[in-house]
Each structure stands twice: as C-alpha cells, then as structure tokens.
Write a protein that binds this ligand. Sequence first.
Ligand SMILES: [Zn+2]
Length: 181
Amino acid sequence: MGRRRSRPSLVILAIALFGCSPQEVGVAPTSPSRRSLAPLYRQRPRTLESSETAPTQLEWPLRGVLSSRFGPREGHPHDGIDLSVSDGTEVHAAATGEVVYSGSGLRGYGNLIILRHGGGLVTIYAHNSELRVAVGARIERGQVIALSGHSGRATAPHLHFEVRLDDQPRDPELYLPPSPH
Ligand SMILES: [Zn+2]
C-alpha cells in the first residue's frame, strides 16, 4: 500500500545533483512552454493490431533511484520522472507497443526512444547511451529497447521517462506500481 519514503534527504540530494531538464533546451528562456513530441511520430502509420485502448498499467522501465518527480521544477515543467542509474543499464519497454521514434533529433533528450501503445498513449525514454530497436519494430512489454546513459542535456547518468496521452504529459507514477526501489 504505502510507498516507501526512506532516505528523503538522499532523494533531495539526488534531485539537486541529477535533475535533468530537456524541456529547457530549444525554447526561449522566457517561454518555458511544453514541447509537442507528436511531430516526431505523427506520420508513422498505425500497425498495432491490438485494441486501441490505452494501457492503464505500465511497468518500471528499469530499477533506479527516483531522483526527480513529474511536475514544475524551478519554474520549468518537468514532463516526466528521472531514474538515476549507471550508464549501460538495460531500459525495458513499459508496455507492449511499437517503436515510433528511435534517434537523437530532439535537442536535450539525447538518444531517444518513443513507443506507441494504442489509445493515444506513448512512452518516452531519454538520455540513452545506446538504442537497441528501430522505428517500426513491435515491442513486447519488458523487452530491452536501449541502454541508459547521459546523452543530451543530462548532468549525470539517468533515464528520463515520460508518459503522454494525446501528446499531453501525464505523471508516470500514476501508471506505475509503487516503486520497489
Ligand atoms: Zn527528466
């Protein structure tokens, strides 16, 4: 039931040290507006045969310290959560879906994977050191899709993980079971 809240001071320290802010890159400082990611994958034809219902339960893409939560941070939106892990950690698909983006064309996000799961839900995995899947591939829940890293705007190795519904960022923790970490 209850989420473990051990070592709050360490978590705060981790936020200070490891926080990432890809949203701050590529937009004017005076306009910390949210960026749409839909143009990256809107042109991809739908290949999912499964129902179009968006999954309501995701699984953690990896085990790591939750170093930054979803929501505004120092006046800027933080559209996902940060999981602090060492470089080269396997990143797993949070749900079954298809790869609609695999590349480094979005400033700040580094080597980026975007998976589409149906029902308008996509998951986003940023700052990887290595991408293991190509656009168009069908992905099973839990499949390794990348190795974590600190590419893009990241001061330390971590996975920046986003959940978007119809391109609107949602708090990933609302889709995930309580952190086992
Ligand atoms: Zn982040």
